[in-house]
Design a binder for this molecule. Structure first.
Ligand code: PLP
Length: 344
């Protein structure tokens, strides 16, 4: 078998959830959108439900329907994109809670599904989703009369603890929700780490569950082991890979491993990222191909059957740094070809 093995530690995800719940000391939800950041929403959510999570968030209604099938009837499943045209059937049958983000959505929801639970999403400055202060002021009494189950907003800069935007958005959120008797939620992983003032009644971590920054204390969740297909010796002056992008300065042993940019190992990763043979780092040489990467393993005494890209020695965020992106993108890009193994 030559496909790489992606190992997902479900016990570590549950442990990260418990650690964040311990920090927050309020209801701690789990964000499992985008198939739980690529790690399998059904498996992840079941593990977290077992650990005690009762609230789950997805991006779109279709994800909510699949999650309901996996979780059964108990947990609350909320949908960030709210109530879109054509969603009523899914929202009703899977008992989803749309987070209403505009007047249009509010009207659509109460018309299609009167009495069906919903939450409210407010925009406190990120200008992405949610009602802005003026829209909310106009709609507030009507919305409150329909008994929303949650009022939430989202922080734009919470991964930077000192960023003035955090306090600014918190103040706007306070202002927009003051005196309301509805549970409130402002924070994802970053906000959860900003302290009690940001916790309100519920926090909604995603990336921290999956071992990513800004939750530095997170237990690592993912390891990626890539099989070596072939090993060759190249002489000084020989080149490796497309565009002759790398030239051997001395006799070199090259391992060709079985993963590439079609598996989410983006081409821009180039020479910055390393592979590991146990704890020995070995550099990538030349271009990342669609299905293959070349690695200089000259330092190794013995050939290996596989090399590790993500694991104890190089985190998802380390790989992200090599490519100028963020851990979220590396996780959600992890390829469909990997053999996935979930450990508990
Ligand atoms: C994705 C998302 C979250 C989770 O964010 P993390 O940074 O992954 O913890 C929470 N709330 C909203 C609105 C989101 O879009």
């Amino acid at each position: 078998m030559s496909t790489a093995t992606l190992t997902i530690d479900l016990a570590a995800i549950a442990s990260n959830w418990r650690a964040l719940a311990q920090i927050a000391q309020v209801e701690t939800a789990a964000v499992v959108k985008a198939d739980a950041y690529g790690l399998d929403a059904a498996r992840v959510a079941k593990q977290l439900a077992q650990a005690g999570a009762r609230q789950f968030f997805v991006a779109v209604a279709e994800e909510g329907v699949a999650l309901r099938r996996a979780l059964g009837s108990g947990p609350v499943i909320s949908v960030f994109s709210g109530h879109m045209a054509g969603d009523a059937q899914a929202i009703r049958s899977a008992n989803l809670v749309p987070l209403i983000n505009s007047l249009d959505q509010m009207l659509r929801h109460v018309e299609a599904l009167p009495g069906h639970p919903f939450g409210i999403q407010l925009d406190t400055g990120m200008n992405r989703l949610g009602m802005e202060p003026a829209e909310w002021a106009a709609l507030r009494e009507i919305a409150l009369a329909q008994n929303p189950t949650l009022i939430m907003s989202h922080l734009a800069c919470a991964d930077e603890a000192g960023h003035p935007m955090n306090e600014q958005q918190r103040a706007v959120f306070e202002d927009m929700t003051e005196g309301l008797d509805v549970p409130r939620s402002l924070s994802a992983t970053g906000g959860t780490l900003l302290g009690e003032a940001y916790h309100y009644d519920m926090v909604r971590p995603g990336i921290g569950l999956y071992g990513g920054l800004p939750f530095e204390q997170a237990r690592p969740v993912v390891t990626l082991d890539i099989p070596v297909i072939q090993i060759r010796r190249v002489a000084a002056g020989e080149t490796v890979g497309y565009a002759n992008a790398w030239t051997a300065k001395a006799p070199t042993t090259i391992a060709t491993i079985s993963a590439g940019y079609a598996d989410g190992l983006i081409r821009a990763m180039g020479a910055q990222a390393k592979l590991f043979a146990d704890d020995i780092p070995v550099p990538i040489v030349g271009r990342v191909s669609m299905d293959l990467i070349s690695v200089d393993i000259t330092v190794l005494q013995e050939p290996r059957e596989s090399l590790q890209l993500i694991g104890a020695h190089q985190s998802v965020d380390d790989v992200a740094d090599c490519t100028g992106t963020i851990g979220y993108e590396i996780l959600t890009s992890l390829g469909a070809r990997y053999k996935r193994v979930w450990t508990v």
